[in-house]
Design a protein around this ligand. Structure first.
Ligand SMILES: [Cu+2]
Length: 410
């Protein structure tokens, strides 16, 4: 073994840094949650503020580092005598106070102005209620006084729309969310559209969203909220006016029971028996023709479970952490150019595109996929209530039927 010379080790360090930089640069190519890549007016405002501040801070940082470097080299201990100590240079001290003060005051003015602008919820085109819980987001679309939903008038049936995971909004609209939480503090964050906003139990916080172009904008809960915090993601899906109208109308279409004698019809009966106590499917009736109404408040800690009426119109599930689409189909939608995105998204999950493997895995044993309890809680659930989706001991046969049924929910 040859001993590595200082030069060689320096070269090696340089090479490592170089490779690291290339690796990091290639990460940036596919960064769906990139704050430095704004896609809407709020994010643009933040961007316009953070760039100049980053530059100023960067220049100050470079100056400080340069001065440190000069001092280290110039005043290195070479055995020279200790220089004469001096103090009391008033003008220098005043300057060191004045300069940062002026700089900080200069930064404060546009910062405060931006904060005020970002919090202006007047003149909303669309209002959506957002509720966080362990560990997924629910969105419900209130009906305005004139009957419109998110600024659009349903052309057919009307009613409230309740979804989860993906929040669908129209492009070029000022969307105001009214957010809260059913259990602990969560934080709603879709970096390419806006900064973070905490969602707190017992309070309502508003926040604005606007997307310039159709597409999917990824985000994640940004406040530690328990065991599956890392599995609490969300997406904002932006559609242009015509596509958004279709989305609204499709969400409100009346319930279509599966054709009699099909696997899906058997799945419907399974669903009523196994799932409907927690999950609402609007318009679903039992064997006697009575409307089935979910009562998750008696079952789940947070008192809610995702509405599955139109599950297959969204393309992620369980806190937007897993895909309902197989990889090829997923890439096609996520990477679609803005003008082709809408129709692709509206297709929903087709038979060929369904990510059956993971959906079945979920039904087989959800807590094994997404941690929901500590071991101690598993043994003794609080007040008979579960957190998240429980293990239901379903047979493969039941799972097949349920998947066939769910596949028609769009
Ligand atoms: Cu959370």
């Amino acid at each position: 073994m040859t001993e590595s010379s200082p030069l060689r080790s320096r070269l090696r360090t340089a090479a490592l840094v170089g490779v690291g930089a290339v690796v990091l640069a290639s990460c940036a190519q596919d960064a769906p949650q990139d704050t430095w890549d704004p896609a809407g007016s709020e994010a643009q405002r933040i961007h316009d503020l953070q760039w100049p501040i980053f530059m100023i801070a960067g220049i100050v940082g470079l100056i400080v580092m340069a001065v440190v470097a000069i001092c280290v080299v110039k005043f290195k201990d070479r055995g020279q005598p200790i220089p004469e100590q001096s103090h009391g240079k008033a003008w220098l001290e005043y300057m060191f106070i004045a300069l940062p003060a002026v700089l900080l005051a200069g930064i404060a003015v546009p910062t405060v102005a931006t904060i005020i602008e970002l919090n202006d919820t007047d003149d909303a085109d669309c209002v959506i209620n957002v509720t966080g819980q362990q560990w997924w987001w629910e969105y419900d679309y209130p009906i305005a006084g004139d009957g419109s939903i998110c600024g659009y008038m349903p052309t057919g049936e009307t009613g409230t729309i309740v979804t989860s995971g993906q929040m669908v909004i129209p492009t070029d609209a000022k969307v105001v969310i009214r957010g809260t939480s059913r259990d602990v503090i969560h934080s709603f964050w879709v970096p390419r559209l806006n900064g973070k906003r905490d969602m707190v139990p017992g309070g309502v916080h508003t926040w604005n969203f606007n997307a310039n172009e159709p597409g999917i904008y990824a985000g994640q809960c940004a406040e530690f909220c328990g065991l599956s915090h890392a599995n609490m993601r969300m997406e904002i899906v932006a559609l242009d006016a015509a596509d958004f109208q279709s989305w609204i109308d499709n969400q409100l279409e009346p319930y279509q029971p599966p054709e009699e004698g099909t696997l899906a019809a058997e799945g419907e009966a399974e669903f009523v028996a196994q799932c409907a106590r927690c999950h609402q499917v609007d318009g679903l009736t039992d064997a006697d023709g009575n409307l089935v109404v979910a009562h998750p408040e008696d079952q789940v800690y947070s008192g809610a479970a995702p509405n599955l009426t139109n599950l297959m119109t969204r393309n992620t599930f369980a806190g937007a952490t897993w895909d309902l689409l197989v990889e090829d189909c997923r890439d096609e939608v996520w990477d679609a150019p803005a003008d082709e995105f809408g129709p692709l998204y509206l297709e929903g999950v087709t038979d060929e595109c369904l990510n059956e493997t993971q959906l079945k895995q979920w039904l087989r044993n959800a807590p094994a996929m997404k941690p929901m309890y500590t071991d101690a809680e598993l043994l003794e659930p609080t007040d008979g209530l579960v957190r998240g989706m429980p293990y239901l001991a379903l047979s493969e046969d039941q799972i097949d039927k349920l998947v066939a049924y769910l596949l028609e929910r769009k």
